[in-house]
Design a protein around this ligand. Structure first.
Ligand code: GRF
Length: 218
């Protein structure tokens, strides 16, 4: 069977992009990234892509009149590169059906919160200010509403009162770097079934017993 061909959309630092590229280099993920599309020419992710030998395309959203026109340029680029699964990794534009219809149930996003809590910007800050005891990250399928589609994988981390938003952000990010390659691997192995909002994963054992209680019970 030929390898799953990934396209990545990113706008910024690219630590999730790099976690995926490293998972491929280490052999954990048997896929290839055929194209990184970035909407910001100065983004650090571009340098990371060239270090990993991943082809890049800069498509600046400011050069397009509407979201749909921008999305059709992105879609055409992804299709030229034979992308099977599209991965949003810190992409700061809302995508429209122009793009989504080309990849039905095949666009993933990662959000730094346990959805459906704390959608939108600055999710880690929202969680810290709210005073949650358990925070986390979610990989979900993109469905046209922001941070909304069917959930594939989540990871939880304890939130420690008074630790500050930066420390929480770092602990969430470390989990993002684990669960994004894992979620992609599930797709690459053809183990994911999507029915409405429900995602089932073939061959994943019951996580019973792995309860996270925060603060720890004494
Ligand atoms: C991550 O926190 C991700 O969850 C969010 O944007 C951030 C991107 O970080 N969607 P990076 O560019 O992958 O380092």
């Amino acid at each position: 069977m030929s390898k799953l061909r990934l396209g990545v959309l990113a706008s910024g630092t690219g630590s999730n992009f790099e976690a995926i590229a490293e998972a491929i280099a280490s052999g954990y993920l048997d896929t290839e990234i055929t194209i990184l599309v970035c909407n910001r020419p100065q983004a650090a992710v571009l340098e990371k892509a060239s270090r990993h030998g991943v082809p890049t395309a800069v498509i600046e959203h400011g050069n397009y009149r509407t979201r749909a026109e921008f999305d059709s340029a992105v879609r055409d680029c992804l299709m030229e590169h034979g992308v099977d699964l599209l991965v949003m990794a810190g992409f700061d534009r809302i995508v429209t059906k122009t793009l989504l219809e080309a990849f039905p149930d095949r666009v993933l996003n990662i959000h730094p919160a346990l959805l459906p809590a704390f959608t939108g910007e600055a999710a880690q800050k929202q969680a810290a200010e709210y005073g949650v005891r358990i925070a986390g990250a979610t990989v979900h399928i993109v469905d046209g509403q922001v941070d909304h589609g069917p959930i594939v994988v989540q990871a939880a981390v304890p939130a420690i009162p008074g630790e500050g938003e930066e420390a929480l952000r770092a602990r969430i990010l470390a989990q993002e770097h684990l669960i994004y390659p894992f979620a992609i691997k599930l797709f690459a192995e053809g183990r994911v079934k999507v029915e409405g909002r429900k995602v089932t994963v073939r061959g994943c054992s019951d996580p019973g017993g792995q309860t996270l209680i925060s603060p720890p019970r004494d």
